[in-house]
Design a protein around this ligand. Structure first.
Ligand code: HEC
Length: 426
Protein backbone atom coordinates (compact mmCIF):
# COMPACT_ATOMS: atom_id res chain seq x y z
CA UNK A 1 0.00 0.00 0.00
CA UNK A 2 2.71 2.39 1.07
CA UNK A 3 4.82 1.68 -1.97
CA UNK A 4 1.87 2.16 -4.29
CA UNK A 5 1.00 5.46 -2.63
CA UNK A 6 4.55 6.61 -3.04
CA UNK A 7 4.68 5.73 -6.72
CA UNK A 8 1.41 7.52 -7.36
CA UNK A 9 2.58 10.73 -5.72
CA UNK A 10 5.89 10.58 -7.60
CA UNK A 11 3.93 10.35 -10.82
CA UNK A 12 1.76 13.31 -9.80
CA UNK A 13 4.87 15.32 -8.97
CA UNK A 14 6.50 14.94 -12.37
CA UNK A 15 3.41 14.94 -14.52
CA UNK A 16 1.73 17.88 -12.92
CA UNK A 17 -1.63 18.67 -14.36
CA UNK A 18 -1.81 15.85 -16.91
CA UNK A 19 -5.37 14.68 -16.94
CA UNK A 20 -5.42 10.98 -16.32
CA UNK A 21 -8.20 10.25 -18.80
CA UNK A 22 -7.98 8.42 -22.09
CA UNK A 23 -6.17 11.25 -23.87
CA UNK A 24 -2.57 10.20 -23.03
CA UNK A 25 -3.29 6.63 -24.15
CA UNK A 26 -4.73 7.91 -27.41
CA UNK A 27 -1.65 10.08 -27.89
CA UNK A 28 0.55 7.06 -27.19
CA UNK A 29 -1.25 5.15 -29.94
CA UNK A 30 -1.18 8.06 -32.39
CA UNK A 31 2.42 9.01 -31.62
CA UNK A 32 3.81 12.45 -32.44
CA UNK A 33 1.57 14.47 -34.75
CA UNK A 34 2.42 14.54 -38.46
CA UNK A 35 3.95 17.80 -39.68
CA UNK A 36 2.10 19.89 -42.26
CA UNK A 37 4.01 19.91 -45.57
CA UNK A 38 3.73 23.60 -46.45
CA UNK A 39 4.09 24.73 -50.04
CA UNK A 40 6.72 27.41 -49.61
CA UNK A 41 6.18 28.78 -53.09
CA UNK A 42 2.56 29.75 -52.44
CA UNK A 43 3.22 33.25 -51.06
CA UNK A 44 4.71 34.33 -54.37
CA UNK A 45 1.50 33.22 -56.11
CA UNK A 46 -0.84 35.28 -53.90
CA UNK A 47 -1.61 37.87 -56.62
CA UNK A 48 -2.66 35.08 -58.98
CA UNK A 49 -4.78 33.39 -56.30
CA UNK A 50 -6.44 36.69 -55.41
CA UNK A 51 -7.21 37.55 -59.02
CA UNK A 52 -8.65 34.19 -60.05
CA UNK A 53 -11.24 32.15 -58.17
CA UNK A 54 -10.39 29.20 -60.44
CA UNK A 55 -6.72 29.29 -59.44
CA UNK A 56 -7.58 29.92 -55.79
CA UNK A 57 -9.89 26.93 -55.63
CA UNK A 58 -7.34 24.68 -57.35
CA UNK A 59 -4.77 25.66 -54.71
CA UNK A 60 -7.35 25.13 -51.94
CA UNK A 61 -8.17 21.60 -53.07
CA UNK A 62 -4.43 20.84 -53.06
CA UNK A 63 -4.29 22.02 -49.43
CA UNK A 64 -7.34 19.90 -48.56
CA UNK A 65 -5.60 16.91 -50.11
CA UNK A 66 -2.60 17.38 -47.81
CA UNK A 67 -4.79 17.95 -44.75
CA UNK A 68 -6.82 14.74 -45.17
CA UNK A 69 -3.99 12.57 -46.58
CA UNK A 70 -3.68 9.34 -44.58
CA UNK A 71 -0.54 9.20 -42.44
CA UNK A 72 0.85 6.25 -40.52
CA UNK A 73 0.39 6.44 -36.77
CA UNK A 74 2.55 4.97 -34.00
CA UNK A 75 0.22 2.15 -33.10
CA UNK A 76 1.27 -0.90 -35.05
CA UNK A 77 -1.56 -3.28 -35.84
CA UNK A 78 -1.24 -5.34 -32.67
CA UNK A 79 -4.99 -5.81 -32.67
CA UNK A 80 -5.93 -4.25 -35.99
CA UNK A 81 -5.67 -6.97 -38.61
CA UNK A 82 -4.92 -4.73 -41.60
CA UNK A 83 -1.89 -2.49 -41.83
CA UNK A 84 -4.13 0.05 -43.57
CA UNK A 85 -6.06 0.49 -40.34
CA UNK A 86 -3.14 2.13 -38.62
CA UNK A 87 -3.50 5.32 -40.63
CA UNK A 88 -5.39 8.51 -39.88
CA UNK A 89 -6.07 11.67 -41.88
CA UNK A 90 -3.15 14.00 -41.19
CA UNK A 91 -5.19 16.61 -39.31
CA UNK A 92 -6.48 14.03 -36.87
CA UNK A 93 -2.98 13.35 -35.55
CA UNK A 94 -2.64 17.01 -34.52
CA UNK A 95 -2.62 18.44 -31.02
CA UNK A 96 -5.57 19.51 -28.91
CA UNK A 97 -5.62 21.74 -25.85
CA UNK A 98 -5.24 18.56 -23.80
CA UNK A 99 -1.82 17.99 -25.35
CA UNK A 100 -0.62 21.60 -25.24
CA UNK A 101 -1.25 22.35 -21.57
CA UNK A 102 0.66 19.33 -20.22
CA UNK A 103 3.52 20.18 -22.61
CA UNK A 104 3.60 23.73 -21.24
CA UNK A 105 3.42 22.39 -17.68
CA UNK A 106 6.33 20.05 -18.31
CA UNK A 107 8.52 22.76 -19.84
CA UNK A 108 7.74 25.40 -17.23
CA UNK A 109 8.35 23.06 -14.28
CA UNK A 110 11.78 22.25 -15.67
CA UNK A 111 12.89 25.91 -15.56
CA UNK A 112 15.08 26.97 -12.63
CA UNK A 113 13.12 29.11 -10.14
CA UNK A 114 14.82 32.33 -11.21
CA UNK A 115 13.83 31.65 -14.83
CA UNK A 116 10.27 30.89 -13.77
CA UNK A 117 10.08 34.29 -12.11
CA UNK A 118 11.63 36.00 -15.12
CA UNK A 119 9.39 34.17 -17.66
CA UNK A 120 12.55 33.05 -19.44
CA UNK A 121 12.05 31.55 -22.87
CA UNK A 122 12.26 27.75 -23.17
CA UNK A 123 15.30 26.43 -25.02
CA UNK A 124 14.63 25.15 -28.55
CA UNK A 125 16.09 21.82 -27.52
CA UNK A 126 13.65 21.58 -24.61
CA UNK A 127 10.71 22.44 -26.89
CA UNK A 128 11.77 19.78 -29.41
CA UNK A 129 12.03 17.25 -26.58
CA UNK A 130 8.56 17.85 -25.17
CA UNK A 131 6.86 16.38 -28.26
CA UNK A 132 8.29 12.85 -27.89
CA UNK A 133 7.70 13.12 -24.13
CA UNK A 134 4.02 13.93 -24.73
CA UNK A 135 3.67 11.02 -27.13
CA UNK A 136 5.16 8.46 -24.78
CA UNK A 137 4.29 9.56 -21.24
CA UNK A 138 1.04 7.60 -20.82
CA UNK A 139 2.70 4.51 -19.26
CA UNK A 140 4.24 6.70 -16.53
CA UNK A 141 0.80 7.87 -15.34
CA UNK A 142 -0.51 6.32 -12.15
CA UNK A 143 -3.78 5.49 -13.91
CA UNK A 144 -2.13 3.62 -16.79
CA UNK A 145 -2.38 -0.13 -17.14
CA UNK A 146 -1.60 -2.49 -20.00
CA UNK A 147 -5.24 -3.61 -19.76
CA UNK A 148 -6.46 -0.08 -20.45
CA UNK A 149 -4.19 0.17 -23.46
CA UNK A 150 -5.34 -3.20 -24.77
CA UNK A 151 -8.99 -2.26 -24.23
CA UNK A 152 -8.48 0.96 -26.18
CA UNK A 153 -6.76 -0.95 -28.99
CA UNK A 154 -9.74 -3.28 -29.28
CA UNK A 155 -11.99 -0.27 -29.83
CA UNK A 156 -9.85 0.67 -32.83
CA UNK A 157 -10.37 -2.56 -34.71
CA UNK A 158 -12.93 -1.07 -37.13
CA UNK A 159 -12.30 1.95 -39.38
CA UNK A 160 -14.85 4.11 -37.49
CA UNK A 161 -13.34 2.94 -34.21
CA UNK A 162 -9.87 3.94 -35.37
CA UNK A 163 -11.22 7.40 -36.26
CA UNK A 164 -12.08 7.93 -32.59
CA UNK A 165 -8.40 8.34 -31.70
CA UNK A 166 -8.07 11.74 -30.06
CA UNK A 167 -11.85 11.84 -29.63
CA UNK A 168 -14.06 14.63 -30.92
CA UNK A 169 -11.83 17.62 -30.14
CA UNK A 170 -13.15 20.83 -31.72
CA UNK A 171 -9.78 22.39 -32.54
CA UNK A 172 -6.49 20.69 -33.50
CA UNK A 173 -3.11 22.31 -34.23
CA UNK A 174 -0.11 21.19 -36.28
CA UNK A 175 3.25 20.52 -34.59
CA UNK A 176 4.90 23.77 -35.58
CA UNK A 177 1.82 25.74 -34.51
CA UNK A 178 2.14 24.22 -31.04
CA UNK A 179 5.92 24.68 -30.97
CA UNK A 180 5.41 28.38 -31.65
CA UNK A 181 2.76 28.75 -28.93
CA UNK A 182 5.18 27.18 -26.42
CA UNK A 183 8.06 29.37 -27.67
CA UNK A 184 5.80 32.44 -27.34
CA UNK A 185 4.64 31.88 -23.77
CA UNK A 186 6.38 35.00 -22.38
CA UNK A 187 4.58 37.21 -24.94
CA UNK A 188 1.28 35.33 -24.52
CA UNK A 189 1.41 35.77 -20.74
CA UNK A 190 2.33 39.47 -20.94
CA UNK A 191 0.13 40.41 -23.91
CA UNK A 192 -1.44 43.86 -23.90
CA UNK A 193 -3.61 44.08 -26.99
CA UNK A 194 -2.57 47.14 -29.02
CA UNK A 195 -5.14 49.51 -30.43
CA UNK A 196 -6.48 48.69 -33.89
CA UNK A 197 -4.48 51.33 -35.74
CA UNK A 198 -1.21 50.90 -33.87
CA UNK A 199 1.67 49.96 -36.16
CA UNK A 200 2.86 46.37 -35.92
CA UNK A 201 6.22 45.67 -34.20
CA UNK A 202 8.09 45.46 -37.53
CA UNK A 203 7.65 44.99 -41.26
CA UNK A 204 8.02 41.25 -40.83
CA UNK A 205 6.05 40.85 -37.60
CA UNK A 206 2.46 41.97 -37.17
CA UNK A 207 1.80 39.72 -34.14
CA UNK A 208 2.89 41.51 -30.93
CA UNK A 209 1.37 38.88 -28.61
CA UNK A 210 3.59 36.10 -30.01
CA UNK A 211 7.35 35.65 -30.49
CA UNK A 212 6.82 36.78 -34.08
CA UNK A 213 4.35 35.39 -36.59
CA UNK A 214 3.58 31.69 -36.70
CA UNK A 215 5.85 29.59 -38.97
CA UNK A 216 4.88 28.83 -42.56
CA UNK A 217 3.98 25.21 -41.73
CA UNK A 218 1.61 26.19 -38.92
CA UNK A 219 -1.94 24.96 -39.56
CA UNK A 220 -5.09 24.47 -37.51
CA UNK A 221 -8.50 22.92 -38.02
CA UNK A 222 -11.87 23.34 -36.34
CA UNK A 223 -14.52 20.69 -36.65
CA UNK A 224 -18.23 20.23 -36.26
CA UNK A 225 -19.16 16.67 -35.31
CA UNK A 226 -22.82 15.71 -35.29
CA UNK A 227 -23.69 12.88 -32.93
CA UNK A 228 -26.09 10.08 -33.69
CA UNK A 229 -27.16 7.90 -36.56
CA UNK A 230 -30.49 9.70 -37.08
CA UNK A 231 -30.79 12.06 -40.06
CA UNK A 232 -28.70 15.24 -40.07
CA UNK A 233 -29.65 18.55 -41.67
CA UNK A 234 -28.39 19.33 -45.18
CA UNK A 235 -27.87 22.71 -46.84
CA UNK A 236 -28.60 23.81 -50.40
CA UNK A 237 -25.75 26.10 -51.53
CA UNK A 238 -26.92 26.57 -55.14
CA UNK A 239 -26.64 30.23 -56.24
CA UNK A 240 -30.29 31.13 -55.58
CA UNK A 241 -30.52 29.35 -52.23
CA UNK A 242 -27.19 30.80 -51.07
CA UNK A 243 -28.22 34.31 -52.10
CA UNK A 244 -31.38 33.99 -50.01
CA UNK A 245 -29.39 32.76 -47.01
CA UNK A 246 -26.86 35.58 -47.27
CA UNK A 247 -29.68 38.11 -47.55
CA UNK A 248 -31.27 36.63 -44.41
CA UNK A 249 -27.86 36.64 -42.71
CA UNK A 250 -28.15 33.07 -41.52
CA UNK A 251 -28.07 29.52 -42.80
CA UNK A 252 -30.98 28.30 -40.71
CA UNK A 253 -31.81 24.78 -39.63
CA UNK A 254 -31.25 23.10 -42.98
CA UNK A 255 -33.07 22.57 -46.27
CA UNK A 256 -33.40 18.81 -45.97
CA UNK A 257 -32.12 15.77 -44.13
CA UNK A 258 -29.80 12.86 -44.93
CA UNK A 259 -28.42 9.80 -43.17
CA UNK A 260 -25.04 9.21 -44.79
CA UNK A 261 -23.18 6.10 -43.69
CA UNK A 262 -19.46 5.90 -43.02
CA UNK A 263 -18.61 5.39 -46.69
CA UNK A 264 -20.12 8.77 -47.49
CA UNK A 265 -19.19 10.89 -44.49
CA UNK A 266 -16.14 10.80 -42.23
CA UNK A 267 -17.37 8.96 -39.14
CA UNK A 268 -15.99 8.10 -35.72
CA UNK A 269 -17.35 5.52 -33.30
CA UNK A 270 -16.88 7.61 -30.18
CA UNK A 271 -18.34 5.07 -27.76
CA UNK A 272 -20.05 1.73 -28.42
CA UNK A 273 -23.37 3.64 -28.57
CA UNK A 274 -22.36 6.93 -30.14
CA UNK A 275 -21.17 7.54 -33.64
CA UNK A 276 -20.23 11.01 -34.78
CA UNK A 277 -20.38 12.42 -38.29
CA UNK A 278 -17.92 15.10 -39.43
CA UNK A 279 -20.27 17.71 -40.88
CA UNK A 280 -17.70 20.47 -41.30
CA UNK A 281 -13.96 21.13 -41.27
CA UNK A 282 -12.41 24.62 -41.12
CA UNK A 283 -8.76 24.82 -42.19
CA UNK A 284 -6.23 27.65 -41.81
CA UNK A 285 -2.63 27.34 -42.99
CA UNK A 286 0.14 29.92 -42.69
CA UNK A 287 1.31 29.16 -46.24
CA UNK A 288 0.09 32.69 -46.94
CA UNK A 289 1.15 35.46 -44.59
CA UNK A 290 -2.51 36.33 -43.85
CA UNK A 291 -3.23 32.58 -44.01
CA UNK A 292 -5.09 30.44 -46.52
CA UNK A 293 -8.68 29.98 -45.26
CA UNK A 294 -10.63 26.97 -46.39
CA UNK A 295 -13.75 25.24 -45.21
CA UNK A 296 -15.38 21.92 -46.11
CA UNK A 297 -19.02 21.02 -45.52
CA UNK A 298 -20.81 17.78 -46.18
CA UNK A 299 -23.36 17.74 -49.00
CA UNK A 300 -25.97 15.28 -50.20
CA UNK A 301 -25.33 16.64 -53.72
CA UNK A 302 -21.57 16.84 -53.55
CA UNK A 303 -20.76 17.40 -57.23
CA UNK A 304 -22.69 20.63 -57.79
CA UNK A 305 -21.77 24.29 -57.09
CA UNK A 306 -18.96 24.35 -54.49
CA UNK A 307 -18.10 20.71 -55.23
CA UNK A 308 -18.13 20.77 -59.03
CA UNK A 309 -14.35 21.26 -59.38
CA UNK A 310 -13.27 18.77 -56.68
CA UNK A 311 -10.41 16.56 -57.90
CA UNK A 312 -11.53 12.93 -58.20
CA UNK A 313 -8.36 11.87 -56.40
CA UNK A 314 -9.82 12.99 -53.06
CA UNK A 315 -11.77 9.76 -53.01
CA UNK A 316 -14.26 8.66 -50.40
CA UNK A 317 -15.55 10.01 -48.01
CA UNK A 318 -13.91 13.38 -48.79
CA UNK A 319 -15.55 13.37 -52.19
CA UNK A 320 -18.81 14.24 -50.42
CA UNK A 321 -17.65 17.62 -49.17
CA UNK A 322 -18.02 21.04 -50.75
CA UNK A 323 -15.45 23.80 -50.25
CA UNK A 324 -14.93 27.54 -50.23
CA UNK A 325 -11.71 29.53 -49.78
CA UNK A 326 -10.55 33.09 -49.09
CA UNK A 327 -7.03 34.47 -49.31
CA UNK A 328 -7.64 38.23 -48.88
CA UNK A 329 -10.09 40.71 -47.37
CA UNK A 330 -11.24 41.90 -50.78
CA UNK A 331 -12.58 39.83 -53.66
CA UNK A 332 -10.30 40.78 -56.53
CA UNK A 333 -11.82 38.34 -59.02
CA UNK A 334 -14.65 40.59 -60.21
CA UNK A 335 -16.62 37.67 -61.65
CA UNK A 336 -16.63 36.03 -58.21
CA UNK A 337 -18.12 39.04 -56.39
CA UNK A 338 -21.60 38.22 -55.22
CA UNK A 339 -22.70 41.80 -55.44
CA UNK A 340 -21.01 44.49 -57.51
CA UNK A 341 -21.37 46.98 -54.63
CA UNK A 342 -19.70 44.70 -52.07
CA UNK A 343 -15.89 44.51 -52.38
CA UNK A 344 -15.37 42.07 -49.49
CA UNK A 345 -14.53 38.42 -49.96
CA UNK A 346 -16.87 35.73 -48.63
CA UNK A 347 -16.48 32.17 -47.36
CA UNK A 348 -18.65 30.61 -44.68
CA UNK A 349 -19.79 27.16 -43.55
CA UNK A 350 -23.47 26.34 -42.93
CA UNK A 351 -22.63 23.83 -40.18
CA UNK A 352 -20.18 26.07 -38.30
CA UNK A 353 -21.21 29.70 -38.79
CA UNK A 354 -24.67 29.29 -37.40
CA UNK A 355 -25.52 32.45 -35.47
CA UNK A 356 -27.40 35.60 -36.43
CA UNK A 357 -25.50 37.50 -39.17
CA UNK A 358 -22.93 34.66 -39.41
CA UNK A 359 -23.72 33.54 -42.96
CA UNK A 360 -22.39 36.62 -44.75
CA UNK A 361 -18.92 36.54 -43.21
CA UNK A 362 -15.40 35.66 -44.19
CA UNK A 363 -12.82 33.82 -42.19
CA UNK A 364 -10.03 36.37 -42.62
CA UNK A 365 -12.23 39.32 -41.64
CA UNK A 366 -13.33 37.86 -38.34
CA UNK A 367 -9.97 36.29 -37.50
CA UNK A 368 -8.15 39.64 -37.80
CA UNK A 369 -9.38 40.03 -34.19
CA UNK A 370 -7.75 36.80 -32.98
CA UNK A 371 -5.99 37.39 -29.67
CA UNK A 372 -8.09 40.45 -28.79
CA UNK A 373 -11.03 40.47 -26.40
CA UNK A 374 -13.48 40.18 -29.31
CA UNK A 375 -15.63 37.10 -29.86
CA UNK A 376 -17.79 35.94 -32.74
CA UNK A 377 -20.80 37.48 -31.00
CA UNK A 378 -19.17 40.84 -30.22
CA UNK A 379 -17.91 41.15 -33.80
CA UNK A 380 -21.17 40.26 -35.51
CA UNK A 381 -23.22 42.47 -33.17
CA UNK A 382 -21.27 45.67 -33.94
CA UNK A 383 -21.65 46.57 -37.64
CA UNK A 384 -20.61 50.18 -37.03
CA UNK A 385 -17.20 49.06 -35.65
CA UNK A 386 -16.87 45.96 -37.81
CA UNK A 387 -18.56 46.68 -41.16
CA UNK A 388 -19.94 44.06 -43.57
CA UNK A 389 -20.23 41.30 -41.01
CA UNK A 390 -16.65 41.91 -39.88
CA UNK A 391 -15.28 41.37 -43.38
CA UNK A 392 -13.70 44.82 -43.72
CA UNK A 393 -10.06 45.09 -42.65
CA UNK A 394 -9.93 47.41 -39.63
CA UNK A 395 -6.65 46.39 -37.93
CA UNK A 396 -3.01 47.17 -38.69
CA UNK A 397 -1.66 44.67 -36.15
CA UNK A 398 -2.83 41.09 -35.55
CA UNK A 399 -1.99 40.35 -31.91
CA UNK A 400 -2.05 36.54 -32.09
CA UNK A 401 -1.48 36.22 -35.87
CA UNK A 402 -5.19 35.64 -36.67
CA UNK A 403 -5.41 32.76 -34.16
CA UNK A 404 -8.22 32.64 -31.63
CA UNK A 405 -6.53 29.85 -29.68
CA UNK A 406 -4.98 32.16 -27.10
CA UNK A 407 -8.19 34.13 -26.52
CA UNK A 408 -11.87 33.46 -27.28
CA UNK A 409 -11.37 29.85 -28.37
CA UNK A 410 -9.11 27.56 -26.34
CA UNK A 411 -8.21 30.47 -24.03
CA UNK A 412 -4.61 29.30 -23.83
CA UNK A 413 -3.41 32.68 -22.52
CA UNK A 414 -5.56 32.39 -19.39
CA UNK A 415 -4.51 28.76 -18.90
CA UNK A 416 -0.84 29.63 -19.30
CA UNK A 417 -1.09 32.56 -16.87
CA UNK A 418 -2.85 30.37 -14.31
CA UNK A 419 -0.14 27.71 -14.56
CA UNK A 420 2.63 30.30 -14.25
CA UNK A 421 0.96 31.64 -11.09
CA UNK A 422 0.53 28.17 -9.63
CA UNK A 423 4.06 26.99 -10.40
CA UNK A 424 6.17 30.08 -9.65
CA UNK A 425 7.61 30.08 -6.13
CA UNK A 426 7.32 33.29 -4.08
C1 HEC B 1 -17.44 35.81 -36.99
C2 HEC B 1 -16.17 35.30 -36.58
C3 HEC B 1 -15.54 34.11 -37.25
C4 HEC B 1 -15.62 33.72 -38.57
C5 HEC B 1 -16.44 34.32 -39.67
C6 HEC B 1 -14.77 32.57 -38.70
N1 HEC B 1 -14.18 32.27 -37.52
FE1 HEC B 1 -12.86 30.79 -37.18
N2 HEC B 1 -12.99 31.13 -35.19
C7 HEC B 1 -13.63 32.18 -34.60
C8 HEC B 1 -13.51 32.08 -33.16
C9 HEC B 1 -14.08 33.06 -32.14
C10 HEC B 1 -12.78 30.92 -32.91
C11 HEC B 1 -12.41 30.33 -31.55
C12 HEC B 1 -13.62 29.76 -30.89
C13 HEC B 1 -13.98 28.41 -31.38
O1 HEC B 1 -13.14 27.53 -31.33
O2 HEC B 1 -15.10 28.27 -31.81
C14 HEC B 1 -12.45 30.35 -34.21
C15 HEC B 1 -11.67 29.22 -34.38
C16 HEC B 1 -11.19 28.79 -35.62
C17 HEC B 1 -10.18 27.78 -35.81
C18 HEC B 1 -9.42 27.07 -34.71
C19 HEC B 1 -8.10 27.79 -34.46
C20 HEC B 1 -8.27 29.11 -33.76
O3 HEC B 1 -7.70 30.12 -34.25
O4 HEC B 1 -8.97 29.18 -32.72
C21 HEC B 1 -10.01 27.63 -37.15
C22 HEC B 1 -9.04 26.69 -37.85
C23 HEC B 1 -10.92 28.55 -37.80
N3 HEC B 1 -11.62 29.23 -36.85
C24 HEC B 1 -11.03 28.68 -39.17
C25 HEC B 1 -12.01 29.47 -39.78
C26 HEC B 1 -12.32 29.43 -41.20
C27 HEC B 1 -11.61 28.57 -42.22
C28 HEC B 1 -13.34 30.29 -41.39
C29 HEC B 1 -14.06 30.63 -42.66
C30 HEC B 1 -14.66 29.59 -43.39
C31 HEC B 1 -13.64 30.90 -40.09
N4 HEC B 1 -12.82 30.37 -39.15
C32 HEC B 1 -14.59 31.88 -39.91
C33 HEC B 1 -14.29 33.20 -35.25
C34 HEC B 1 -14.62 33.18 -36.60
Amino acid sequence: MLAAGCAASDADETLGAVEQGAQPIDRLLIGKAAMYPADKSMRARLPVLDASMVERRKEAWAIVQKIVAPVTIASKSSSAPHAALARLPRFQTWYSRDDVLPMFDRLFRALPDADKKAHARFGEHAIAGVFPWNATMAPSLASYTEERRAARLRELATPAGLHSLGKDARVLMSPSYVGHVLRSYPEIAACQVPREQEDPPSATNFAPCLDGELPIDAAAVKMRWIAGSSPMPTYDTSPSSLAAKLAAGKFGDGDGHASPDENDIYTMQLTPDTSMRLAALHIMTKELRDWAWITLWWSSEPDTDFGADRPASLGSPWGHYKMCVVTSYEEKDMAARMDAADPSSWCSNPYLEQGEHAAKTSCIGCHQHGGTAETTESILAAPERFPRGGRTKVRKNFPADYAFTTSAGLDLAAEIRAKIDALTPW
